[in-house]
Write a protein that binds this ligand. Structure first.
Ligand SMILES: CC(C)(COP(=O)(O)OP(=O)(O)OC[C@H]1O[C@@H](n2cnc3c(N)ncnc32)[C@H](O)[C@@H]1OP(=O)(O)O)[C@@H](O)C(=O)NCCC(=O)NCCS
Length: 187
């Protein structure tokens, strides 16, 4: 596997999370608490503490080592502020070579094309560097921003799953989409 990174885009530099990122992860969580809450699982108070961020990053590094999940930050060009987070998660190898993609951008950077810029550069890496064949991404029907983003990135609708994920405490239906290597785009 070619795990070389960071990857630079015109407005960001993206790289896998590192143990030294706890403070910047905490800042991202605290600053975007209300912005992200409708689209994520319920978080308890501990989630907004430095200890929890340290633990998350340790678990992330272990998941990378085990080829289970690849969590990334997209940072400003100086490498300080987290603009967006995304993860190639639930990696399955063998005959499937697939994963789920999760993502979110800070409120301050939403609506500027940055998430598209970031994922547009990260997906070729997932197909090339990680050798994946299928990247799946699912969204709630009312998350229109997410649906538009996926469509622009070449994801295609594959189905509709009832009560698929527990988001903000409620089992929510999701639209299932995926992008397949060499099918939707030149990967
Ligand atoms: C889903 C989410 C990542 C989408 O972020 P986004 O900033 O809208 O996505 P993009 O980077 O594709 O930006 C596109 C928007 O920027 C606008 N834009 C402005 N400048 C632009 C530029 N230079 N290039 C491209 N688009 C630009 C586009 O018009 C578009 O706005 P529109 O959708 O209102 O037409 C974001 O809403 C988010 O983090 N939501 C909360 C978490 C979440 O829902 N995660 C996904 C769960 S499935």
């Amino acid at each position: 596997m070619n795990l070389i990174h960071p990857i630079q885009t015109s407005r960001t530099v993206m790289r896998m999370v590192e143990p030294g990122d706890a403070q910047r992860l905490l800042r991202y969580r605290v600053q975007n608490r209300e912005h992200l809450a409708p689209w994520e699982p319920l978080r308890d108070k501990a989630y907004y503490t430095l200890d929890h961020c340290v633990q998350t990053l340790a678990e992330s590094r272990e998941a990378i080592r085990l080829d289970r999940s690849y969590p990334f930050f997209a940072l400003d060009l100086a490498g300080n502020e987290v603009l967006a987070c995304f993860t190639f998660a639930n990696i399955v190898r063998g005959a499937f070579q697939a994963c789920h993609l999760g993502y979110g951008i800070s409120a301050a950077w939403q609506g500027r094309g940055v998430m598209q810029e970031v994922l547009g550069a990260a997906l070729p890496w997932a197909f090339g560097g990680l050798g994946l064949h299928r990247v799946m991404a699912n969204y709630m029907p009312r998350n229109e921003r997410s649906g538009r983003l996926l469509e622009r990135l070449g994801f295609e609708r594959e189905g509709y799953a009832k009560h698929y994920l527990q988001i903000a405490g409620v089992w929510e239906d999701h639209i299932l989409t995926s992008r397949i290597r060499g099918v939707s785009r030149d990967d």
